[in-house]
Design a protein around this ligand. Structure first.
Ligand code: NAD
Ligand code: ZN
Length: 379
C-alpha cells in the first residue's frame, strides 16, 4: 500500500509499505478516505519531537471505511464509515474512566504524560498513522465512531482533532457570557477556537497572528476581530489598552512551541519565520490575561524545560488549563453542532491533494504557501 514515509527533518515522501496486520483481537484495519495534515505534524516534520523514527508514517486526523476487524471487535463492522479520534485509548484504565482519553495509560504505558496518538513518534506509543491507504486502529471498540450518513466527509475528518481541540480550548478557558477572549494563532486550531468561543457566550473574540491571509480568513469565517502582531508595538499593551487596562478574561494559546521554548525559530540552520512566535504566544497570553483570569493552552510543547513567566501567574492569580483534547468525550455534542449547522468545519479546508503529493503538501503547509489553511490528503 502507499503511505507517507518520514525520512528526517523536512523530508517526507510517499512510499510502498506493507499492508497493516491485525495484531490484537480488538484491532481493526481501516481503509483511509481522507487524512489531514495538522499543525502538530509540523513539529514532527521540523524534527522537534523526540524519538521520531525514520520510516514512520504520520497522520492522526483521518476517516475511512472498516476493512477488517479482530475477533473481539463488537462496536463497528466491516463496511462502516468511521471517524477515528486522534487519541488511542483503551477505554478501561483509570484515566479513560475519567474521560481523559488523551491520557490513556494502556495505549502508551512507557510514557508518563500523553497517551497513544496515531503517527506521533515513539513518545506517543510508536503507532503508524493514517496518512496512508490503510491503517491499523487499536482498541477499535473505543475510538472509531460511525459517521452519520448525512454528514459531509470533509466535516467528519475535522472531527478527529481540529474541532474537538478547538472546543476543548474554549471549554478549558471557562468562557462566561460576555467575556473577552483572546486567541493566539490563526491556524486551523485558532480559527476553529474562535468559532467555538462564541458557542460558549463570548462577548468579544480577538485573534492574533502575523499572517495577513489567515487574519483575513478568520475575520470572515468566525466573525471576530483579528490583528497582526507585527504591526503592533507590543501585543500585551495592545490587549490591555483595548480592555480598559483590565486584560482579557480568557487567553488561549493555539500556537505551541518546542522543548526549549524558542528553538522553533531556527532548526538545522533554517529560519522558520512562520513559527516565529513559539513560546512567545504563551508569554503574551499570561501577561495579557486579567488578574484571576484563565489561560488555556492547546498549543503543543515539548515535555520539559519550557520557561513561562511563573511570577506573573502567581501574582495575578491566573489559572492555567491545558491538555491534549479528549476527542471521544466531546464528540457527541460536536456531531450535534455540525449537523445543526452551528459549526461548519469543512469551511477551513483550502487544499485537497492526492497522497502521492505528500511532500508538496507538507512543504506548502509548513511554509504557509498558497494561502494554505488546512490541507487534506486523499489516498
Ligand atoms: P498552524 O501551524 O497551522 O498554526 C499556528 C499559527 O500560529 C500560525 O498561523 C502562525 O503564524 C501563528 N503564530 C506563530 N507564532 C505566533 C505568536 N507568537 N502569536 C500568535 N500567532 C502565532 O497549526 P495548527 O494546526 O493551527 O495547530 C496549532 C497548535 O495546536 C500546534 O502547536 C499544534 O501542535 C496544536 N494542537 C494541539 C492539539 C491538542 O490536542 N492539544 C491538537 C491539535 C493541534
Ligand atoms: Zn492534529
Amino acid at each position: 500500500m502507499l503511505a507517507m514515509n518520514y525520512r528526517g527533518p523536512f523530508r517526507v515522501r510517499t512510499d510502498e509499505k506493507p499492508y497493516p496486520k491485525i495484531l490484537h483481537p480488538e484491532d481493526a484495519i481501516v481503509r483511509v478516505t481522507r487524512s489531514c495534515i495538522c499543525g502538530s505534524d509540523l513539529h514532527l516534520y521540523h524534527g522537534l519531537v523526540p524519538d521520531t523514527r525514520v520510516g514512520s508514517t504520520f497522520g492522526h486526523e483521518f476517516i475511512g471505511i472498516v476493512e477488517e476487524v479482530g475477533s473481539q471487535v463488537t462496536e463497528i463492522q466491516v463496511g462502516d464509515h468511521v471517524l477515528v479520534p486522534f487519541n488511542i485509548a483503551c477505554g478501561k484504565c483509570a484515566f479513560c474512566k475519567q474521560e481523559l482519553y488523551g491520557n490513556c495509560h494502556e495505549s502508551n504505558p512507557e510514557a508518563t504524560a500523553v497517551g497513544g496518538i496515531f503517527g506521533y513518534s515513539h513518545t506517543a506509543g510508536g503507532y503508524d498513522g493514517g496518512q496512508a491507504e490503510y491503517v491499523r486502529v487499536p482498541y477499535a471498540n473505543v475510538g472509531p465512531t460511525r459517521i452519520p450518513p448525512e454528514m459531509d466527509p470533509d466535516d467528519a475528518v475535522l472531527l478527529a482533532d481540529v474541532v474537538p481541540t478547538a472546543y476543548q480550548a474554549a471549554e478549558m478557558g471557562g468562557i462566561k457570557k460576555g467575556d473577552t477572549v483572546v486567541i493566539f494563532g490563526a491556524g486551523p486550531i485558532g480559527i476553529m477556537t474562535a468559532k467555538c468561543a462564541w458557542l460558549f457566550g463570548a462577548g468579544r473574540v480577538i485573534v492574533i497572528d502575523h499572517l495577513e491571509y489567515r487574519l483575513e480568513f478568520v475575520k470572515n469565517y468566525a466573525q471576530c476581530e483579528a490583528y497582526n502582531f507585527r504591526s503592533m508595538e507590543d501585543p500585551v499593551l495592545f490587549i490591555k489598552k483595548t480592555t480598559d487596562w483590565f486584560g482579557a478574561d480568557v487567553c488561549i494559546d493555539a500556537v505551541g512551541g518546542d522543548a526549549a521554548g524558542n528553538a522553533m525559530q531556527t532548526i538545522t540552520g533554517r529560519k522558520l519565520l512562520l513559527q516565529a512566535g513559539s513560546a512567545t504566544a504563551l508569554h503574551w497570553a499570561i501577561n495579557s490575561v486579567k488578574k484571576g483570569g484563565i489561560v488555556s493552552i492547546v498549543g503543543v510543547y515539548g515535555p520539559t524545560d519550557n520557561l513561562i513567566p511563573i511570577g506573573n501567574v502567581v501574582n495575578k492569580g491566573i489559572t492555567i488549563r491545558a491538555n491534549q483534547a479528549s476527542v471521544k468525550r466531546v464528540l457527541p455534542k460536536l456531531i450535534d453542532h455540525v449537523m445543526a449547522g452551528r459549526l461548519n468545519p469543512k469551511g477551513i479546508i483550502t487544499h485537497r491533494l492526492p497522497l502521492e503529493e505528500v511532500s508538496d503538501a507538507y512543504r506548502m503547509f509548513s511554509s504557509k504557501l498558497d494561502n494554505c489553511i488546512k490541507p487534506v490528503l486523499i489516498p
